[in-house]
Write a protein that binds this ligand. Structure first.
Ligand SMILES: [Fe+2]
Length: 316
């Protein structure tokens, strides 16, 4: 815990330091040095927790990561990201637009088209790239499931390969397969386990009166790093304070959500989040949420462990 217990001002200051406001941040068009000089690779990053795949770890406008990073990525039609891999899982949650994600192995590629609120968890050491073929730009939230990832390993970067091959993530003509979890190819079957369609995730109603769709964790993709869930919080619904052994992050996609903290002496502070605002609550901090708005809130939630942390949500 990193508060000085006792004084209300320190708790309020700490909550403010753990709040990332969309309007306080700017998109960084120079976050990825390996893209410099390649107009087709252009993308912008907005950092909330850690630096993700960017080496800009000294950025003071982003919070210190524990078990995961969280950033936004913006990419315009016609642009792509070269095929690369990481030592750890990385998720893409689509917020706006349609994104083609390709997984490559031995010159063969499977491509999936993801829409709003769909997610892919890029498996560790699997080559992946992405491309915007649609008519509108893509905004997505990326989380890497480790605080400080190693630099990506590039498989088909245009500095080493023909632009057409880099754009197809390493597939020669005829070597691209469609996404199909029931397909014959092992790469199709593998990717099938790591793609989450929002409409296909069961909606669980908590007794506390809000919904959870588990993307990663028990009931969703089985993984050993972090849990990721989409919550729907109706107007006037809230929960009692709860504590986790790890950090969590609430990133509002739609509506508004009030997040509260309580310290060791019972002092309470709150902050209201709007779309694309985030609160990261450190391990051990008592916290809660409530939707004071008239409309529902949709909240992307990332939790820094894959284990069941025993938290049950009680209606406030
Ligand atoms: Fe990646």
């Amino acid at each position: 815990m990193n508060t000085q217990a006792g004084t209300p001002s320190s708790l309020a200051a700490d909550l403010k330091a753990h709040t990332g406001r969309f309007t306080d941040k700017t998109f960084d068009w120079d976050a990825f040095p390996s893209n410099a000089g390649y107009a087709d690779l252009a993308r912008a990053q907005m950092r909330y927790i850690g630096a993700g795949g960017s080496p800009k770890v000294g950025d003071t406008s982003t919070m210190k990561p524990d078990h995961f990073t969280l950033s936004l990525i913006y990419k315009e039609p016609g642009k792509y990201a070269a095929c690369h891999s990481h030592e750890i899982e990385e998720s893409f949650l689509i917020i706006d637009g349609a994104l083609i994600v390709g997984w490559e192995r031995d010159g063969e590629v499977v491509e999936v088209n993801l829409g709003p609120k769909d997610m892919i968890l890029n498996a560790r050491e699997v080559g992946h790239g992405f491309r915007v073929d649609g008519v509108e730009p893509v905004l997505m939230s990326i989380s890497v499931d480790v605080g400080k990832p190693l630099p990506p390993k590039y498989h088909y970067h245009p500095k080493d390969h023909a632009p057409e091959l880099a754009r197809s993530f390493g597939a020669e003509p005829g070597k691209t397969m469609p996404f199909d979890p029931a397909g014959d190819h092992p790469l199709q079957q593998l990717m099938g386990k790591y793609v989450v369609r929002h409409a296909e995730v069961p909606t669980k109603w908590e007794d506390a009166g809000f919904t959870r769709k588990v993307y990663v964790g028990a009931g969703g993709i089985d993984n050993d790093t972090c849990r990721k869930e989409m919550w729907g919080v109706p107007s006037r619904v809230g929960v009692k304070p709860f504590v986790r052994d790890v950090e969590d992050a609430f990133f509002v996609l739609e509506g508004s959500l009030t997040v509260g903290w309580e310290d060791e002496v019972g002092e309470q502070v709150e902050v209201e989040l709007g779309p694309r605002d985030l609160v990261k609550t450190p391990a051990g901090r008592k916290h809660w949420f409530r939707n004071n708005g008239a409309g529902h809130a949709t909240v992307w939630t990332v939790i820094g462990t894959a284990e069941d942390d025993g938290v049950t949500y009680e209606a406030a």
